[in-house]
Design a protein around this ligand. Structure first.
Ligand SMILES: NCC(=O)N[C@@H](Cc1c[nH]cn1)C(=O)O
Ligand SMILES: [Zn+2]
Ligand SMILES: [Zn+2]
Length: 476
């Protein structure tokens, strides 16, 4: 791989910018929200879109892997899109993974523009999925196109795996990886995932750790139907009151998890690990920028903030089903409410032990309320944490690529979010997995006005392509 070859590739990526924006606009226009049953067909449509783009690019062995029915529902899981680009026995096989489903988004949530229309505002490309994870997924396709149009030999055999249920815990994917590890994924040399973000807005990063996520629901049921609070308030147990009490027992306003035994499972911080935070470029202002300019930080130093994001568990309360949630002042007593919360997990929290602690605790706390309602806590889905060794040839290639495009050494980071399948790839394929993000820390993934900066999208495509070049000549 020569510098001239990389420069030609970079120039072609710049030249193709309008086509790459257009591809992203087409993808954002498909509202592939995996958690909304009424939009499941859109997730499938998004998978079909990828299939047709990959076909047009000359990818081979394209498979729409059927994951079967979604447990406890009458829905089918969306397919995993598998594809190859190149089958040269003398080249490395690099597996890239991403997801084509997105989080829910509604104009009413406070978006400034329609979430499913890509809107360019200066250097920002706004739209649901622009950064998480349609931009990065299309990044790999764009790398293929730029090589083709520049007439440059593709440096590796690319094995692509794009799923449609990541935002719902990657249901069915681990089983598929187990099935395919010696078939479709046979011979994979390394894995690269682009589905996370820089820490701030200026410095590129490479990521070697993720928190896990165990997601729970609490169902509280009382009367046979919703009741008039004037007629029944004060003389019956109310599910919403009970659920509010249970929520208050989970976590303090300062983020302390109140479930006994959880904190005790967390790996102690060693001096060596602590020292890794000495050189990370991160300021509290980066946090404030990412929280819409509001100073709602729980910790006063960047070090404590990052340690709580990367290596401490957190409990978040996400929402409710069944409760009155519109404008106005409806005087209803909801008959049944379902509260949703999750715990981000870290080394050495044992997932099954955590589930038992959580579920038993919620049931015990409910019993203490002395209510005649019925309550049931259950795990909805879980995904493991992952921490890797960033000192291998795969990471070195990503570091060189980042330096080549951005002109600076990337920070080595962990991530507070979760990509449940990372550890499954690493274990099943017995190989190195790395996270090479495209977007910035203020992109607003999962939030309103999600965006990717155009410069990050374009430079990100260059970074993914340069990574493939550097990994192809890596000293293993
Ligand atoms: N970009 C990664 C991401 O957003 N991952 C989700 C995964 C998840 C876990 N449980 C439900 N979704 C995240 O919330 O971290
Ligand atoms: Zn994602
Ligand atoms: Zn996400």
């Amino acid at each position: 791989m020569s510098q001239q070859c990389l420069d030609t590739f970079f120039a072609k990526v710049d030249h193709l910018q309008p086509a790459f924006i257009d591809r992203l606009a087409k993808a954002v226009a498909i509202p592939s929200v995996s958690s909304e049953p009424e939009r499941r067909h859109e997730v499938v449509r998004m998978g079909e879109f990828l299939r047709s783009e990959l076909t047009a690019l000359g990818a081979t062995d394209i498979q729409m892997q059927d994951l079967g029915p979604q447990e406890d529902t009458d829905m089918h899981l969306p397919p995993v899109v598998l594809a190859r680009y190149g089958t040269d026995a003398n080249k490395l096989n690099i597996l890239v993974y991403g997801h084509y489903d997105v989080q829910p988004a509604d104009l009413e949530d406070g978006w400034d523009t329609d979430p499913f229309t890509l809107v360019q505002d200066g250097d920002k490309l706004l739209g649901r999925g622009s950064t998480d994870d349609k931009g990065p997924v299309l990044g790999w396709l764009n790398v293929i196109q730029a090589h083709q149009e520049a007439g440059i030999e593709f440096p590796v055999n690319l094995v692509m795996c794009f799923e449609g249920m990541e935002e719902y815990g990657s249901l069915g994917l681990e089983e598929m990886i187990e099935r395919e590890k010696d078939v479709y994924f046979k011979g994979v040399d390394a894995v690269c995932i682009s589905d996370n973000y820089w820490l701030g807005t200026e410095n590129p990063v490479i990521t070697y750790g993720l928190r896990g996520c165990n997601y729970y629901s609490i169902t509280v049921e009382g009367p046979g139907a919703d009741l008039h609070s004037g007629l029944f308030g004060g003389i019956v147990n109310e599910p919403m009151i009970d659920l509010s009490h249970l929520f208050s027992k989970l976590v303090t306003s300062q983020g302390k998890i109140l479930i006994p035994g959880v904190q005790e499972m967390v790996a102690p911080l060693t001096a060596e690990e602590d020292a890794r935070y000495d050189t990370i470029q991160y300021e509290l202002d980066d946090l404030h920028n990412a929280t819409g300019g509001q100073k709602i930080n729980l910790y006063d130093t960047p070090r404590e903030t990052l340690q709580h994001r990367w290596r401490e568990p957190s409990l978040s309360i996400h929402g409710l089903e069944g409760a009155f949630s519109h404008a106005g002042a409806k005087t209803v007593i909801p008959a049944k409410v379902v509260g949703k919360f999750s715990i981000r997990t870290v080394p050495n929290i044992d997932s099954a032990a955590l589930d038992k602690l959580v579920i038993d605790y919620v049931h015990d706390e409910f019993a203490k309320l002395g209510s005649k309602c019925r309550a049931h806590c259950t795990l909805m889905h879980d995904g493991a944490y992952w921490v890797s060794d960033p000192d291998n040839w795969n990471f070195t290639a990503a570091r060189r690529a980042t330096k080549a495009v951005w002109g600076v050494e990337p920070d080595l980071t962990r991530e507070g979010g979760s990509i449940p399948i990372t550890i499954a790839f690493e274990k099943a394929l017995n190989t190195s997995c790395l996270l090479l993000p495209m977007g910035r820390g203020d992109d607003g993934a999962h939030s309103i006005n999600e965006k990717i900066n155009l410069s990050n999208y374009i430079q990100g495509i260059k970074t993914l392509g340069a990574y493939l070049h550097y990994v192809s000549v890596a000293d293993r």
